[in-house]
Design a protein around this ligand. Structure first.
Ligand SMILES: Cc1cc2nc3c(=O)[nH]c(=O)nc-3n(C[C@H](O)[C@H](O)[C@H](O)COP(=O)(O)OP(=O)(O)OC[C@H]3O[C@@H](n4cnc5c(N)ncnc54)[C@H](O)[C@@H]3O)c2cc1C
Length: 287
């Protein structure tokens, strides 16, 4: 895929990302739209949306279907993979667990993380704290690890890690009937509290006790944005943007819940449009 350079890479296909993708296609740009789950599982859970103009009392699932059908009909390249890293250079390189992509600009539309970062997590990213078992699992071969899962994606990661690690503590933060595939996997009912270690991870504290582990894999619907692109300026847990939805990294824009409150569809849609129009302006300014 790296032989093709997309004009715009949009990470996340909730309302913000779909709005950005639609407008970019209307402007005839070549768009990569990344979505690792099922198009805003969060909004699909909403019983009825009553404040999106023109579509009263619409179930979240139906509204998302209309957004998805409209945006995909415009012809972005939908890539059902999780972006794990973005590297800035002449163009942007985006990594997913199995592939590499290139784009001239990036729009972050990843939504908001449904859980705060754990104490100690930020300082130990890449030193034992990981967000993708396919990418980093082999580094922890033959070592004890924990998987903290906020989504079912964590079950696949636990099954994979169970093949290569002597102990995998699987700690789901949602209701699940998960049946581990390997005897090395122990399912724990616990709330994670803090990542332990100074230069590297040595353990995890939970409300059910302390676990000695070398690696902690954390699977959220949306990872904290700064773990994708470490040089990104943040405003607390949100991506810092100006009125053009531009971040501090030239060529990188952000839209929707990831930029702050209010967490609302209409705001996400408007920000997605603003972000991508300015991303297109950025490409034009470089010609
Ligand atoms: C129960 C509930 C009810 C709600 N009711 C209303 C309401 O009535 N009115 C209203 O206006 N708003 C409502 N909201 C809020 C609304 O859902 C959000 O404001 C809106 O979905 C934000 O859109 P977004 O595109 O910014 O983020 P999201 O909808 O969270 O979409 C982000 C997408 O990015 C994907 N993603 C994240 N990281 C990556 C990655 N690294 N690689 C690839 N894909 C990635 C995720 O899978 C997700 O699909 C409600 C929310 C909930 C939970």
């Amino acid at each position: 895929m790296a032989d093709q350079i997309f004009d715009v890479a949009i990470i996340g296909a909730g309302p913000a990302g779909l709005s950005a993708a639609l407008t970019a296609r209307v402007r005839n740009k070549n768009v990569a739209l990344f979505e690792h789950m099922d198009f805003s599982p969060k909004l699909q859970k909403a019983h009825a949306i009553n404040n999106y103009p023109g579509l009263p009392a619409t179930p979240g699932k139906d509204l998302m279907k209309q957004f998805v059908d409209h945006a995909l009909a415009a012809g972005p390249t939908l890539i059902k993979e999780k972006v794990t890293n973005v590297f800035a250079g002449d163009t942007f390189t985006l990594l997913t667990p199995n592939n590499t992509y290139e784009a001239k600009t990036v729009v972050l539309a990843i939504g908001v993380s449904n859980s705060a970062m754990l104490n100690g997590e930020k300082d130990l990213v890449g030193k034992g704290v990981c967000y993708c078992a396919t990418c980093d699992g082999m580094l922890y071969r033959d070592k004890p690890v924990a998987v903290i899962a906020y989504t079912e994606e964590g079950e696949h990661d636990a099954d994979f890690l169970g093949e290569i690690c002597p102990v995998v503590y699987f700690i789901p933060q949602y209701k699940t009937e998960y049946q581990p595939k390997h005897p090395t996997i122990q399912v724990l009912k616990a709330r994670p509290q803090a990542v332990l270690g100074t230069d590297e991870v040595t353990g995890l504290t939970t409300d059910a006790g302390e676990l000695k582990v070398d690696g902690i894999f954390i699977l959220r619907q949306s990872d904290p944005a700064e773990t994708l692109l470490p040089e990104l300026a943040m405003d607390g847990p949100f991506v810092k943007v100006n009125r053009d939805q531009a971040t501090n990294v030239p060529g990188v824009y952000a839209a929707g819940d990831c930029t702050g409150k209010p967490w609302q569809i209409a705001r996400a849609i408007g920000e997605g449009l603003t972000a991508v129009l300015n991303a297109i302006g950025y490409i034009d300014s470089k010609k």
